[in-house]
Ligand binder design. Structure first.
Ligand code: 5GP
Ligand code: ZN
Length: 116
């Protein structure tokens, strides 16, 4: 999917509403519309990147900033010590349904491993 018709680019642009919990120059985080845990936040880069397979070396700082966001959200929302999962699905076989990379941050219940 191109940036022109991308749901998460529309959230970045403010054209679709979202419950935003974090913003930086490079990243945006908002609550998942269909949460899979008591806390389920999606952290996205403002720049459109379709999948992990489209990340190149020039994106390293940008992708790193998604994890900085995860750390800050975990501290702000009080689940840093309890623990949480930060995971990114790549392509349909792994469950990716929105083709603008996003880090799922899940917290607030026991999280089994391996995941389904
Ligand atoms: P994926 O399946 O691509 O790893 O994750 C996509 C996530 O986006 C899903 O967890 C889904 O619930 C969430 N999602 C899909 N559409 C919307 C939306 O319009 N708003 C929000 N906040 N989340 C969405
Ligand atoms: Zn996009």
């Amino acid at each position: 999917m191109s940036a022109d018709n991308c749901l998460f680019c529309k959230i970045v642009a403010g054209d679709i509403p979202a419950d935003i919990v974090y913003e930086s120059d490079t990243a945006l985080a908002f609550r998942d519309i269909n949460p899979q845990a008591p806390t389920h936040v999606l952290i996205i880069p403002r720049e459109h990147i379709s999948t992990i397979n489209d990340i190149d070396p020039g994106h390293e700082a940008l992708v790193g900033s998604l994890y900085t966001a995860a750390r800050e959200i975990a501290a702000a929302e009080g689940f840093a010590d309890e623990g949480y999962r930060a995971v990114m699905n790549c392509n349909e076989g792994a469950g990716q349904s929105v083709f603008h990379i996003h880090l799922h941050v899940l917290a607030g219940r026991p999280l089994a491993w391996p995941p389904g």
